[in-house]
Design a protein around this ligand. Structure first.
Ligand code: G3P
Length: 217
């Protein structure tokens, strides 16, 4: 399973990358705005900086919602770097744009997926990734993990190559459960990834090893 980091914060991206287990980055307009990135030049320069840090797929989201505008914006984003994946919202014009881009060989990530039908439509249009939002479904008392299971079943039934990019991951158990279900990718902030490190028996065991190692010196 691939690990992407879901942030536009360059320091967090660098820290995650230094772990050696990072496969890519996802961003969205909210995450970019949180870093104070605004204006076309700054947006483009920020994506270029991310591409310089991480050698993996970098999702860059279009800000427009009409077919024509998404095509123009997406083509500009894709031209920035071969690792850029154009992130497109799950709307009617978005599906058309995904189809257009897939015919042009431009990779896409269809975002804001909350149902198996939306994932199926995006896969049929040729999306490289679909991004179901687990945490936001959990937030409204709906089982986000069940959506990942349903999409996995559908994609496997028909051999869709579209990768399931589990997003809106809030904690380490989301990561573990996504791995059990067979999500292709999880994207999350750095903390849930770092939480995978922790076990009290590891800490106790290491403390004992360090203590005993003094007897060996
Ligand atoms: O990649 C989508 C993600 O950023 C949404 O996460 O925590 O805002 O629901 P969250």
């Amino acid at each position: 399973m691939k690990f992407f980091i879901d942030t536009a914060n360059l320091a967090a991206i660098e820290e995650a990358n230094s772990l050696g287990v990072l496969d890519g980055v996802t961003t969205n307009p909210s995450l970019m705005a949180k870093e104070g990135i605004s204006g076309k030049e700054n947006i483009i320069s920020h994506y270029k900086k991310i591409c310089e840090i991480v050698d993996g797929d970098i999702s860059a989201e279009v800000l427009s919602t009409t077919f024509e505008e998404m095509i123009k914006e997406g083509e500009e984003l894709a031209a920035l770097h071969p690792n850029i994946v154009v992130k497109i919202p799950m709307i009617k014009d978005g599906v058309k744009a995904i189809k257009y881009f897939s015919q042009k060989g431009i990779r896409t990530n269809c975002t804001l997926i909350f149902s198996p039908g939306q994932a199926l439509l995006a896969a049929k249009a040729g999306a490289s990734y679909v991004s179901p939002f687990l945490g936001r479904l959990d937030d409204i008392s709906t089982d986000g993990l069940h959506l990942i299971e349903e999409i996995r079943l559908i994609f496997d039934n028909y051999g869709y190559e579209t990768e399931i990019l589990a997003a809106s991951i809030r904690h380490s158990m989301h990561i573990i459960n996504c791995a059990k279900i067979g999500a292709d990718v999880v994207t999350c902030p750095l903390q849930p990834i770092l939480s995978l490190l922790n076990h009290p028996l590891t800490d106790n065991g290491l403390a004992q090893f360090i203590k005993d190692s003094q007897k060996m010196i």
